[in-house]
Design a protein around this ligand. Structure first.
Ligand SMILES: Cc1cc2nc3c(=O)[nH]c(=O)nc-3n(C[C@H](O)[C@H](O)[C@H](O)COP(=O)(O)O)c2cc1C
Length: 326
């Protein structure tokens, strides 16, 4: 079965993936950089792996507690959909990443895609310039949508900021650019158009939604920052609708992300028009999740007698009307 997808068909070399299942930024191992993963974990099996977002300077992250439930790895109740995090982009900074991490990736057979976030258009440009000539990754995802930092704008909340950030990065790289968008906007297609016009090759939809949980026994918000980002099962139907809406509005590949826990969920996103998916929170409850989800997707495609994954991409558009019921 042909599982290959190309996420940058208009670039000379494209961005070919061996299959459409990727590991989402911030959820690669327990720390976002692979901690906790078995040394023999079959990472090369994934379409791509996205380490946690790098910023211009190292960041320690937000005050504790940063997670709810306190550890995603313990205490998750079946049916519990309040999955919050406020990590705050803990990372070693782009220069250390390029010097120390990229050479390790270059020596592996895994397809890495880096994720970066700047505070100003100038910083996006400067950060992208640090990636020039560095080997070890095949594309750059611009995290235009992190809700957990208060020292920078959420670029993808505004078409003009979206354009400025992507345009700045585009000037410094010929690598494919993925623009990661926020779900928290009145009209995602307006942002999507701005992103594509500024040079994004693909759109990743979506990041987490600002959210809160209060422990009524103490009256205290459970996260150190009060608000955090909602991910996991509760996000899935929202992300799915945003993917579907955007896929009809723009002509670049969409990468669906939000609450994908099974192969069937992944198929849902592909049917809604995504060309690939990213697995986020599911990794945090089970480091084996992305490999299992890929297998389950493959089994589903085989059961449907599909010869290639492209046969199901966008098929939720078939028939009339679609998604229009009140
Ligand atoms: C603990 C945690 C850390 C995250 N860190 C990042 C990050 O550094 N950069 C980023 O673009 N997204 C980050 N995200 C967002 C995920 O990549 C993903 O977009 C989001 O969680 C929705 O997918 P999910 O429901 O499968 O988790 C993070 C999510 C979680 C749960």
């Amino acid at each position: 079965m042909d599982l290959c997808v190309d996420l940058a068909p208009s670039r000379p070399a494209g961005l070919p993936l061996s299959n459409p299942v990727m590991i989402a930024s911030g959820t690669f191992g327990y720390d976002g950089y692979g901690r906790g993963l078995d040394r023999d974990a079959p990472l090369a099996m994934m379409g791509a792996v996205l380490p946690k977002t790098f910023t211009r300077h190292p960041r320690l992250g937000n005050p504790e507690p940063r997670w709810f439930p306190p550890s995603f790895r313990e205490g998750l109740e079946a049916g519990d959909t309040t999955w919050l995090n406020s990590v705050g982009l803990t990372n070693p900074g782009i220069e250390a990443a390029m010097a120390d991490l990229a050479p390790q990736w270059a020596g592996s057979d895994t397809n890495f895609i880096i994720s970066i976030a700047g505070d100003t258009p100038e910083q996006w440009e400067e950060m992208t310039s640090f990636t020039r000539g560095v080997k070890g990754f095949s594309a750059i995802e611009l995290n235009l949508s992190c809700p957990n930092v208060d020292d920078g704008a959420i670029f993808s909340h505004h078409p003009r900021l979206t354009e400025a950030a992507i345009g700045s990065a585009r000037r410094q790289t010929d690598l494919p650019i993925l623009a990661k968008l926020s779900p928290n906007v009145p009209d995602i297609t307006e942002i999507a158009h701005a992103a594509v016009e500024a040079g994004a090759d693909a759109l990743t939809i979506c990041n987490t939604i600002p959210a809160m949980h209060v422990d009524v026994a103490t009256g205290r918000a459970v996260l150190g920052t009060g608000y955090g980002g909602l991910s996991g099962p509760a996000l899935r139907p929202i992300a799915l609708a945003l993917v579907h809406k955007t896929a009809q509005a723009v002509d670049v590949p969409i990468i669906g992300v939000g609450g994908i826990m099974t192969g069937s969920h992944a198929a849902e996103f592909l049917m809604a028009g995504a060309s690939a998916v990213q697995i986020g929170s599911a990794n945090l409850t089970d480091l084996n999740a992305p490999f299992r989800i890929l297998n389950e997707l493959e089994e589903l495609l085989a059961r449907w007698e599909a010869e290639s994954v492209s046969e199901i991409i966008g098929m939720a558009w078939w028939g009339e009307p679609c998604g229009a019921q009140g």
